[in-house]
Design a binder for this molecule. Structure first.
Ligand SMILES: Cc1cc2nc3c(=O)[nH]c(=O)nc-3n(C[C@H](O)[C@H](O)[C@H](O)COP(=O)(O)OP(=O)(O)OC[C@H]3O[C@@H](n4cnc5c(N)ncnc54)[C@H](O)[C@@H]3O)c2cc1C
Length: 380
Protein backbone atom coordinates (compact mmCIF):
# COMPACT_ATOMS: atom_id res chain seq x y z
CA UNK A 1 0.00 0.00 0.00
CA UNK A 2 1.47 3.35 -1.05
CA UNK A 3 1.59 6.37 1.30
CA UNK A 4 0.43 9.63 -0.25
CA UNK A 5 0.42 13.12 1.22
CA UNK A 6 -1.71 15.81 -0.41
CA UNK A 7 -1.03 19.50 0.20
CA UNK A 8 -4.26 21.51 0.05
CA UNK A 9 -7.86 20.88 1.05
CA UNK A 10 -9.70 22.43 -1.88
CA UNK A 11 -11.89 20.46 -4.25
CA UNK A 12 -8.86 19.09 -6.11
CA UNK A 13 -7.03 17.88 -2.99
CA UNK A 14 -10.19 16.41 -1.45
CA UNK A 15 -11.27 14.66 -4.68
CA UNK A 16 -7.81 13.17 -4.98
CA UNK A 17 -7.75 12.13 -1.31
CA UNK A 18 -11.01 10.26 -1.76
CA UNK A 19 -9.93 8.60 -4.99
CA UNK A 20 -6.52 7.50 -3.72
CA UNK A 21 -7.95 6.22 -0.42
CA UNK A 22 -10.74 4.42 -2.28
CA UNK A 23 -8.09 2.66 -4.36
CA UNK A 24 -6.26 1.50 -1.24
CA UNK A 25 -3.58 4.16 -0.71
CA UNK A 26 -2.77 5.46 2.79
CA UNK A 27 -3.61 9.15 2.46
CA UNK A 28 -2.86 12.20 4.59
CA UNK A 29 -4.21 15.57 3.44
CA UNK A 30 -2.66 18.70 4.96
CA UNK A 31 -4.71 21.90 4.85
CA UNK A 32 -3.30 25.23 6.03
CA UNK A 33 -6.65 26.78 6.99
CA UNK A 34 -9.07 25.79 9.74
CA UNK A 35 -11.04 23.50 7.44
CA UNK A 36 -11.43 22.30 3.87
CA UNK A 37 -13.21 24.37 1.19
CA UNK A 38 -12.19 27.71 2.67
CA UNK A 39 -10.38 29.07 -0.42
CA UNK A 40 -11.41 29.04 -4.12
CA UNK A 41 -13.48 25.88 -3.81
CA UNK A 42 -15.68 27.48 -1.17
CA UNK A 43 -16.13 30.56 -3.36
CA UNK A 44 -17.13 28.71 -6.53
CA UNK A 45 -20.65 28.97 -7.91
CA UNK A 46 -20.21 25.36 -9.06
CA UNK A 47 -21.54 25.50 -12.59
CA UNK A 48 -21.00 22.26 -14.52
CA UNK A 49 -20.99 23.12 -18.16
CA UNK A 50 -19.15 21.89 -21.23
CA UNK A 51 -19.39 23.04 -24.82
CA UNK A 52 -17.50 21.18 -27.57
CA UNK A 53 -17.15 24.49 -29.45
CA UNK A 54 -15.50 26.35 -26.55
CA UNK A 55 -12.42 28.22 -27.75
CA UNK A 56 -10.02 26.20 -25.62
CA UNK A 57 -6.96 24.07 -26.45
CA UNK A 58 -7.51 20.48 -27.55
CA UNK A 59 -5.97 19.19 -24.31
CA UNK A 60 -8.64 21.01 -22.32
CA UNK A 61 -11.37 19.40 -24.40
CA UNK A 62 -9.82 15.96 -23.83
CA UNK A 63 -10.00 16.59 -20.08
CA UNK A 64 -13.35 18.37 -19.91
CA UNK A 65 -15.44 16.32 -22.37
CA UNK A 66 -15.87 13.38 -19.93
CA UNK A 67 -16.17 15.69 -16.88
CA UNK A 68 -19.97 15.80 -16.74
CA UNK A 69 -20.22 12.00 -16.89
CA UNK A 70 -17.60 11.81 -14.13
CA UNK A 71 -19.79 14.05 -11.95
CA UNK A 72 -22.84 11.87 -12.56
CA UNK A 73 -20.84 8.79 -11.56
CA UNK A 74 -19.48 10.58 -8.48
CA UNK A 75 -23.01 11.61 -7.43
CA UNK A 76 -24.11 7.97 -7.48
CA UNK A 77 -21.03 6.85 -5.54
CA UNK A 78 -21.17 9.57 -2.87
CA UNK A 79 -24.83 8.72 -2.24
CA UNK A 80 -23.67 5.32 -0.95
CA UNK A 81 -20.55 6.56 0.84
CA UNK A 82 -21.71 9.40 3.09
CA UNK A 83 -24.92 10.50 4.77
CA UNK A 84 -25.13 14.07 3.42
CA UNK A 85 -23.91 14.28 -0.18
CA UNK A 86 -24.47 17.53 -2.10
CA UNK A 87 -27.37 17.87 -4.52
CA UNK A 88 -26.49 17.96 -8.20
CA UNK A 89 -28.90 19.92 -10.42
CA UNK A 90 -29.04 19.19 -14.17
CA UNK A 91 -31.74 21.42 -15.71
CA UNK A 92 -29.57 22.57 -18.64
CA UNK A 93 -27.92 25.85 -19.56
CA UNK A 94 -29.47 28.76 -21.43
CA UNK A 95 -27.00 31.09 -23.15
CA UNK A 96 -29.13 34.22 -23.29
CA UNK A 97 -28.36 36.99 -25.77
CA UNK A 98 -29.42 40.63 -25.69
CA UNK A 99 -27.96 41.94 -28.97
CA UNK A 100 -28.02 40.87 -32.62
CA UNK A 101 -24.25 40.53 -32.60
CA UNK A 102 -24.34 38.20 -29.58
CA UNK A 103 -27.15 36.23 -31.23
CA UNK A 104 -25.07 35.71 -34.38
CA UNK A 105 -22.13 34.45 -32.30
CA UNK A 106 -24.30 32.25 -30.09
CA UNK A 107 -26.11 30.67 -33.04
CA UNK A 108 -22.76 29.86 -34.67
CA UNK A 109 -21.53 28.28 -31.41
CA UNK A 110 -24.69 26.19 -31.18
CA UNK A 111 -24.23 25.00 -34.76
CA UNK A 112 -20.64 24.02 -33.96
CA UNK A 113 -21.71 22.24 -30.77
CA UNK A 114 -24.34 20.22 -32.64
CA UNK A 115 -21.84 19.39 -35.39
CA UNK A 116 -19.41 18.09 -32.75
CA UNK A 117 -22.05 15.82 -31.24
CA UNK A 118 -23.57 12.72 -32.71
CA UNK A 119 -26.54 14.30 -34.66
CA UNK A 120 -29.07 11.83 -33.23
CA UNK A 121 -27.82 12.56 -29.71
CA UNK A 122 -27.98 16.34 -30.32
CA UNK A 123 -31.58 16.01 -31.47
CA UNK A 124 -32.57 13.64 -28.67
CA UNK A 125 -31.10 15.89 -26.00
CA UNK A 126 -32.61 18.98 -27.71
CA UNK A 127 -29.59 21.21 -28.26
CA UNK A 128 -31.52 24.00 -29.93
CA UNK A 129 -32.14 27.70 -30.42
CA UNK A 130 -35.02 29.40 -28.61
CA UNK A 131 -36.49 32.60 -30.01
CA UNK A 132 -37.77 35.31 -27.69
CA UNK A 133 -41.30 33.97 -27.12
CA UNK A 134 -40.45 30.38 -26.18
CA UNK A 135 -37.49 31.66 -24.14
CA UNK A 136 -39.72 33.94 -22.05
CA UNK A 137 -42.26 31.14 -21.65
CA UNK A 138 -39.48 28.94 -20.28
CA UNK A 139 -37.95 31.62 -18.02
CA UNK A 140 -40.60 34.33 -17.43
CA UNK A 141 -38.33 36.40 -15.16
CA UNK A 142 -35.96 37.26 -18.02
CA UNK A 143 -36.02 40.93 -18.94
CA UNK A 144 -37.28 42.36 -22.25
CA UNK A 145 -33.75 42.67 -23.66
CA UNK A 146 -33.36 38.85 -23.66
CA UNK A 147 -34.03 38.15 -27.35
CA UNK A 148 -33.12 34.47 -27.62
CA UNK A 149 -30.96 31.70 -26.22
CA UNK A 150 -29.14 28.56 -27.15
CA UNK A 151 -30.07 25.57 -25.00
CA UNK A 152 -27.27 23.30 -23.79
CA UNK A 153 -29.08 20.36 -22.23
CA UNK A 154 -27.57 18.22 -19.49
CA UNK A 155 -25.59 21.06 -17.88
CA UNK A 156 -26.05 22.06 -14.27
CA UNK A 157 -24.38 22.89 -10.99
CA UNK A 158 -23.34 21.59 -7.58
CA UNK A 159 -22.40 23.66 -4.55
CA UNK A 160 -18.58 23.83 -4.53
CA UNK A 161 -18.15 24.05 -0.76
CA UNK A 162 -20.60 21.25 -0.07
CA UNK A 163 -18.98 19.05 -2.72
CA UNK A 164 -15.51 19.64 -1.28
CA UNK A 165 -16.59 18.83 2.28
CA UNK A 166 -18.43 15.74 1.03
CA UNK A 167 -15.31 14.53 -0.79
CA UNK A 168 -13.30 15.02 2.40
CA UNK A 169 -15.92 13.07 4.39
CA UNK A 170 -15.84 10.24 1.85
CA UNK A 171 -12.03 10.24 1.92
CA UNK A 172 -12.17 9.82 5.72
CA UNK A 173 -14.62 6.93 5.27
CA UNK A 174 -11.96 5.23 3.14
CA UNK A 175 -9.39 5.79 5.87
CA UNK A 176 -7.75 9.07 4.82
CA UNK A 177 -6.48 11.44 7.51
CA UNK A 178 -7.34 15.09 6.98
CA UNK A 179 -5.39 17.55 9.10
CA UNK A 180 -6.47 21.18 9.21
CA UNK A 181 -4.38 24.10 10.55
CA UNK A 182 -1.48 22.25 8.94
CA UNK A 183 0.40 24.64 6.67
CA UNK A 184 3.23 22.92 4.85
CA UNK A 185 6.35 25.08 4.92
CA UNK A 186 8.75 22.98 2.88
CA UNK A 187 9.16 19.69 1.11
CA UNK A 188 11.22 16.96 2.75
CA UNK A 189 14.07 15.69 0.53
CA UNK A 190 16.24 12.60 0.86
CA UNK A 191 18.77 11.34 -1.69
CA UNK A 192 17.42 13.60 -4.45
CA UNK A 193 13.81 12.50 -3.87
CA UNK A 194 10.87 14.27 -2.28
CA UNK A 195 9.86 12.01 0.60
CA UNK A 196 7.38 14.11 2.53
CA UNK A 197 6.21 17.51 3.74
CA UNK A 198 7.45 19.62 6.63
CA UNK A 199 5.35 21.71 9.00
CA UNK A 200 7.88 23.33 11.31
CA UNK A 201 9.68 20.44 12.97
CA UNK A 202 6.97 17.97 12.08
CA UNK A 203 7.44 15.76 9.01
CA UNK A 204 4.80 13.71 7.21
CA UNK A 205 6.56 11.12 5.06
CA UNK A 206 5.12 9.61 1.89
CA UNK A 207 6.13 7.90 -1.33
CA UNK A 208 4.04 10.38 -3.32
CA UNK A 209 3.65 14.05 -2.36
CA UNK A 210 0.96 15.87 -4.35
CA UNK A 211 0.71 19.66 -4.47
CA UNK A 212 -2.94 20.70 -4.75
CA UNK A 213 -2.55 24.07 -3.09
CA UNK A 214 -4.55 26.08 -5.63
CA UNK A 215 -3.32 29.62 -6.29
CA UNK A 216 -0.61 29.14 -3.64
CA UNK A 217 0.88 26.05 -5.30
CA UNK A 218 4.13 27.68 -6.36
CA UNK A 219 4.86 29.20 -2.93
CA UNK A 220 6.15 25.96 -1.47
CA UNK A 221 9.60 25.51 -2.90
CA UNK A 222 10.94 28.54 -4.84
CA UNK A 223 13.37 26.50 -6.95
CA UNK A 224 10.51 24.27 -8.17
CA UNK A 225 8.04 27.11 -8.62
CA UNK A 226 5.69 26.71 -11.57
CA UNK A 227 3.84 29.65 -13.12
CA UNK A 228 0.59 29.25 -11.17
CA UNK A 229 -1.08 32.60 -10.56
CA UNK A 230 -4.23 33.86 -8.86
CA UNK A 231 -7.21 35.28 -10.74
CA UNK A 232 -9.70 36.86 -8.38
CA UNK A 233 -13.39 36.13 -8.75
CA UNK A 234 -16.09 38.13 -6.98
CA UNK A 235 -19.59 36.73 -6.73
CA UNK A 236 -22.84 37.33 -4.88
CA UNK A 237 -26.14 35.83 -3.80
CA UNK A 238 -29.40 37.77 -3.71
CA UNK A 239 -32.05 36.40 -1.38
CA UNK A 240 -35.54 37.04 -2.76
CA UNK A 241 -37.75 35.71 0.03
CA UNK A 242 -40.56 37.93 1.38
CA UNK A 243 -40.75 40.31 -1.60
CA UNK A 244 -43.72 38.70 -3.31
CA UNK A 245 -41.90 36.92 -6.15
CA UNK A 246 -42.70 33.41 -7.33
CA UNK A 247 -39.67 31.29 -6.45
CA UNK A 248 -37.47 29.90 -7.78
CA UNK A 249 -37.09 32.97 -9.96
CA UNK A 250 -35.21 30.97 -12.61
CA UNK A 251 -34.97 27.23 -13.24
CA UNK A 252 -31.91 26.90 -15.47
CA UNK A 253 -28.25 27.76 -15.37
CA UNK A 254 -28.35 31.04 -17.28
CA UNK A 255 -25.29 32.50 -18.99
CA UNK A 256 -25.27 35.89 -20.66
CA UNK A 257 -23.76 39.39 -20.55
CA UNK A 258 -20.49 37.80 -19.41
CA UNK A 259 -21.99 36.45 -16.17
CA UNK A 260 -23.93 33.40 -15.09
CA UNK A 261 -26.87 32.92 -12.75
CA UNK A 262 -28.24 29.92 -10.92
CA UNK A 263 -31.21 29.53 -8.59
CA UNK A 264 -29.90 28.82 -5.11
CA UNK A 265 -32.06 28.46 -2.01
CA UNK A 266 -34.59 31.28 -1.98
CA UNK A 267 -32.53 33.43 -4.29
CA UNK A 268 -30.15 33.68 -7.19
CA UNK A 269 -26.35 33.35 -7.21
CA UNK A 270 -24.43 35.54 -9.65
CA UNK A 271 -20.87 34.95 -10.83
CA UNK A 272 -18.27 36.17 -11.40
CA UNK A 273 -15.45 38.62 -12.15
CA UNK A 274 -12.01 37.69 -13.55
CA UNK A 275 -9.31 39.99 -12.20
CA UNK A 276 -5.54 39.72 -12.18
CA UNK A 277 -4.77 41.57 -8.96
CA UNK A 278 -2.24 39.24 -7.36
CA UNK A 279 -3.14 37.71 -4.01
CA UNK A 280 -5.64 40.41 -3.04
CA UNK A 281 -8.78 38.65 -1.95
CA UNK A 282 -11.71 40.90 -1.14
CA UNK A 283 -14.42 42.85 -2.85
CA UNK A 284 -14.50 46.01 -4.92
CA UNK A 285 -17.26 48.47 -5.75
CA UNK A 286 -16.38 48.08 -9.43
CA UNK A 287 -16.57 44.29 -9.40
CA UNK A 288 -19.82 44.04 -7.51
CA UNK A 289 -21.53 46.85 -9.42
CA UNK A 290 -20.61 45.17 -12.72
CA UNK A 291 -22.18 41.91 -11.58
CA UNK A 292 -25.29 43.66 -10.29
CA UNK A 293 -25.89 45.76 -13.39
CA UNK A 294 -25.55 42.73 -15.68
CA UNK A 295 -27.68 40.53 -13.44
CA UNK A 296 -30.49 43.09 -13.22
CA UNK A 297 -30.39 43.59 -16.99
CA UNK A 298 -31.04 39.86 -17.41
CA UNK A 299 -33.45 39.57 -14.45
CA UNK A 300 -35.03 42.97 -13.69
CA UNK A 301 -36.98 41.52 -10.72
CA UNK A 302 -33.69 41.37 -8.79
CA UNK A 303 -33.88 45.16 -8.40
CA UNK A 304 -36.59 44.77 -5.74
CA UNK A 305 -34.34 42.74 -3.42
CA UNK A 306 -33.31 44.28 -0.11
CA UNK A 307 -29.62 45.19 0.02
CA UNK A 308 -29.45 43.53 3.46
CA UNK A 309 -30.27 40.24 1.69
CA UNK A 310 -27.26 40.41 -0.65
CA UNK A 311 -24.29 38.25 0.31
CA UNK A 312 -20.91 38.98 -1.31
CA UNK A 313 -17.73 36.94 -1.48
CA UNK A 314 -14.57 36.42 -3.49
CA UNK A 315 -11.90 33.80 -4.12
CA UNK A 316 -8.62 33.27 -5.97
CA UNK A 317 -8.68 30.84 -8.89
CA UNK A 318 -5.36 29.17 -9.76
CA UNK A 319 -4.39 29.68 -13.39
CA UNK A 320 -1.38 29.02 -15.64
CA UNK A 321 -0.01 30.87 -18.71
CA UNK A 322 -1.89 28.55 -21.11
CA UNK A 323 -4.93 28.31 -18.75
CA UNK A 324 -4.56 24.51 -18.64
CA UNK A 325 -4.13 22.61 -15.37
CA UNK A 326 -0.79 21.09 -14.40
CA UNK A 327 -1.27 17.37 -13.80
CA UNK A 328 1.44 14.83 -13.25
CA UNK A 329 4.85 13.98 -11.82
CA UNK A 330 7.62 16.54 -11.55
CA UNK A 331 10.63 15.34 -13.60
CA UNK A 332 12.92 17.55 -11.47
CA UNK A 333 11.82 15.97 -8.19
CA UNK A 334 11.03 12.24 -8.06
CA UNK A 335 8.20 11.60 -5.60
CA UNK A 336 6.55 14.98 -6.26
CA UNK A 337 3.29 15.40 -8.21
CA UNK A 338 1.19 18.41 -9.17
CA UNK A 339 -2.58 18.81 -9.42
CA UNK A 340 -3.20 22.51 -9.79
CA UNK A 341 -4.07 25.37 -12.14
CA UNK A 342 -7.71 24.44 -12.76
CA UNK A 343 -8.61 28.12 -13.19
CA UNK A 344 -12.34 28.58 -13.71
CA UNK A 345 -13.21 24.88 -13.99
CA UNK A 346 -11.91 23.26 -10.82
CA UNK A 347 -15.32 22.10 -9.65
CA UNK A 348 -16.13 20.72 -13.10
CA UNK A 349 -12.76 19.00 -13.46
CA UNK A 350 -12.20 17.68 -9.92
CA UNK A 351 -13.62 14.15 -10.37
CA UNK A 352 -11.88 13.53 -13.70
CA UNK A 353 -8.63 15.01 -12.36
CA UNK A 354 -8.75 12.71 -9.34
CA UNK A 355 -9.39 9.63 -11.49
CA UNK A 356 -6.58 10.42 -13.95
CA UNK A 357 -4.01 11.38 -11.34
CA UNK A 358 -4.77 8.43 -9.06
CA UNK A 359 -4.39 6.14 -12.09
CA UNK A 360 -1.02 7.68 -12.83
CA UNK A 361 0.26 7.56 -9.23
CA UNK A 362 -0.98 4.06 -8.44
CA UNK A 363 -0.84 2.28 -11.81
CA UNK A 364 1.56 4.39 -13.85
CA UNK A 365 -1.16 5.21 -16.40
CA UNK A 366 0.25 7.89 -18.72
CA UNK A 367 -1.17 11.40 -18.51
CA UNK A 368 -1.61 13.93 -21.32
CA UNK A 369 1.83 15.47 -21.95
CA UNK A 370 0.15 18.78 -22.80
CA UNK A 371 -0.84 19.08 -19.13
CA UNK A 372 2.60 18.10 -17.83
CA UNK A 373 5.00 19.96 -15.55
CA UNK A 374 7.61 19.68 -18.33
CA UNK A 375 5.81 22.19 -20.56
CA UNK A 376 6.94 24.91 -18.13
CA UNK A 377 10.35 23.54 -17.18
CA UNK A 378 11.92 22.53 -20.51
CA UNK A 379 13.80 25.14 -22.48
CA UNK A 380 12.57 25.98 -25.98
C1 LIG B 1 -16.06 33.32 -7.69
C2 LIG B 1 -15.63 31.99 -8.28
C3 LIG B 1 -16.54 31.26 -9.03
C4 LIG B 1 -16.16 30.02 -9.57
N1 LIG B 1 -17.09 29.31 -10.25
C5 LIG B 1 -16.76 28.08 -10.74
C6 LIG B 1 -17.73 27.30 -11.41
O1 LIG B 1 -18.88 27.73 -11.56
N2 LIG B 1 -17.37 26.07 -11.88
C7 LIG B 1 -16.11 25.58 -11.72
O2 LIG B 1 -15.84 24.45 -12.17
N3 LIG B 1 -15.15 26.31 -11.09
C8 LIG B 1 -15.45 27.54 -10.61
N4 LIG B 1 -14.50 28.31 -9.99
C9 LIG B 1 -13.10 27.83 -9.99
C10 LIG B 1 -12.87 26.83 -8.88
O3 LIG B 1 -13.35 27.37 -7.67
C11 LIG B 1 -11.37 26.53 -8.77
O4 LIG B 1 -10.85 26.11 -10.01
C12 LIG B 1 -11.13 25.42 -7.75
O5 LIG B 1 -11.80 25.69 -6.55
C13 LIG B 1 -9.64 25.23 -7.48
O6 LIG B 1 -9.53 24.24 -6.49
P1 LIG B 1 -8.17 23.95 -5.77
O7 LIG B 1 -8.41 22.80 -4.86
O8 LIG B 1 -7.09 23.84 -6.78
O9 LIG B 1 -7.85 25.30 -4.97
P2 LIG B 1 -8.45 25.87 -3.57
O10 LIG B 1 -9.88 25.58 -3.41
O11 LIG B 1 -8.02 27.30 -3.51
O12 LIG B 1 -7.68 25.02 -2.50
C14 LIG B 1 -6.30 25.12 -2.27
C15 LIG B 1 -6.07 24.86 -0.79
O13 LIG B 1 -4.69 24.73 -0.54
C16 LIG B 1 -4.44 25.27 0.74
N5 LIG B 1 -3.02 25.57 0.86
C17 LIG B 1 -2.32 26.54 0.23
N6 LIG B 1 -1.03 26.50 0.60
C18 LIG B 1 -0.91 25.48 1.49
C19 LIG B 1 0.18 24.94 2.24
N7 LIG B 1 1.41 25.46 2.15
N8 LIG B 1 -0.06 23.89 3.05
C20 LIG B 1 -1.29 23.36 3.16
N9 LIG B 1 -2.37 23.84 2.48
C21 LIG B 1 -2.17 24.88 1.65
C22 LIG B 1 -5.33 26.50 0.78
O14 LIG B 1 -5.57 26.92 2.11
C23 LIG B 1 -6.58 25.99 0.09
O15 LIG B 1 -7.52 25.49 1.01
C24 LIG B 1 -14.84 29.53 -9.40
C25 LIG B 1 -13.94 30.27 -8.63
C26 LIG B 1 -14.32 31.49 -8.08
C27 LIG B 1 -13.33 32.25 -7.24
Amino acid sequence: MIDCVILGGGVIGCALARELARCGARVTLLEARSGVALAASGAAIGTLSYSPSAEMPEAWHRLAAPALAAHRALAAELATEISAPPAWHWPGRLNVVTTNEAEKYSRARLKADIAALDPAEAQRAAWQWLDKKPLHELEPALGPKAQGASVNPGMGWVDGAHLTRALADAARQYGATILQNSAVERLLWEGGRVVGALMGERAVRAAAVIVAAGAWSSHLEPRLALPVEPVRGQALHIDLSDIGLTLPLIRHLIGGEGIYLIPEGTGVAVGSTHERVGFQEGLTVGGISKLLSRATKLLPALEAAAWSRVRLWSGLRPTTPDTLPILGPDPRAPGLWWATGHFRSGILLAPITAALLAGSILEGTPLDERLSVARFTQEG
